[in-house]
Write a protein of this length. Structure first.
Length: 296
């Protein structure tokens, strides 16, 4: 019997980490999702010991400081999670001779383009969060020649805290919701993202010469936050209406790119991964949330 394929998922209990746990992996794959108490990702010694104990075939880094506004006042914490930890994982995986798949964000861009961003477009983060994630990207790509950075955006699911769940919860008690309409992006199902990450990771494990570098992975199509909210409410059968407002009417500590659209052509070209339309993905999420609410 062949040895199992062991994959370490850093941040395995967050929204994407949970989706990875529910993804359709081959039977011989074993996912390791240690908690922070189990594995201190900030410690090079702890990582070295973990790699010595377990022959990992790859690492997927889903760990991150994702509180975009809080990062403005907690930059040290943001850079520790989003830059220092990826650097340590990059070094550890390089020493082990295994691939690292690192999740990044649309927030490395300033949003000034009038088209979806490609992987080679210039980065220009406009927030502490975006700057910390860009620093992490550079560390990952420079530290391990078998690394892939996967940028995603507007991740939603039936688990964890995210925009779709927030909108549906708010609609229970409010007849109207004011939602920003002049910021556009690519809504992305955590489950669809997890499926793409699984395919990419397995391909990199199987082929040491598999393509590396930066990839974008989002559901197809585009929407404003207001359009995403309206779609989720309609799918849920809610009578709550959406009041479109400009981003200037909803100021936040951290600036966000007005255009968060990402092109996934490179991912399709190199790995054959094609993402479905975001509306179909959100329909599945809303259906799952409705099942959760009626479950005994």
């Amino acid at each position: 019997m062949a040895d199992p394929i062991r994959i370490l998922i850093a941040g395995g209990h967050g929204q994407v980490g949970q989706a990875l746990a529910h993804a359709a992996w081959p039977d011989d794959v074993r996912l390791h999702r240690p908690t922070r108490a189990d594995l201190d990702l900030t410690s090079a010694t702890a990582l070295a010991e973990a790699f010595a104990r377990t022959p990992f075939a790859a690492v997927i880094n889903a760990a991150a400081f994702t509180a975009v506004d809080e990062a403005e006042t907690h930059p040290d914490e943001a850079f520790l999670a989003n830059a220092d930890i990826p650097a340590r994982l990059s070094e550890a995986t390089r020493r082990a001779g295994i691939p690292l798949v690192h999740i990044s964000t649309d927030c490395v861009f300033d949003g000034a383009l009038d088209r979806p961003y490609a992987e080679d477009d210039a980065t220009a983060p406009i927030s502490v969060y975006g700057a910390s994630k860009r620093t992490g990207e550079v560390a990952v790509l420079s530290g391990n020649p078998r690394a892939a950075v996967v940028r995603t955006a507007w991740v939603v699911s039936a688990r964890g805290r995210n925009f779709v769940r927030t909108i549906l919860d708010a609609a229970v008690s409010r007849p109207e919701l004011a939602v920003v309409a002049n910021v556009v992006g690519s809504p992305t199902s955590a489950d669809d993202l997890a499926g793409a990450l699984a395919a990419l990771t397995l391909a990199m494990i199987a082929d040491p010469a598999a393509p590396t570098g930066v990839y974008h992975c989002v559901n197809a199509g585009e929407a404003s936050w207001a359009e995403l909210a309206a779609e989720a409410l309609q799918l849920a059968g809610s009578r709550t209406t959406v009041l479109p407002i400009p981003a200037a009417d909803r100021p936040a500590p951290a600036a966000r790119p007005a255009n968060s659209r990402l092109s996934c052509e490179r991912l399709t070209r190199d790995y054959g991964v094609t993402m479905r339309d975001w509306r179909a993905a959100v329909a599945d999420i809303v259906a799952e949330l409705q099942l959760q609410r009626v479950a005994p």
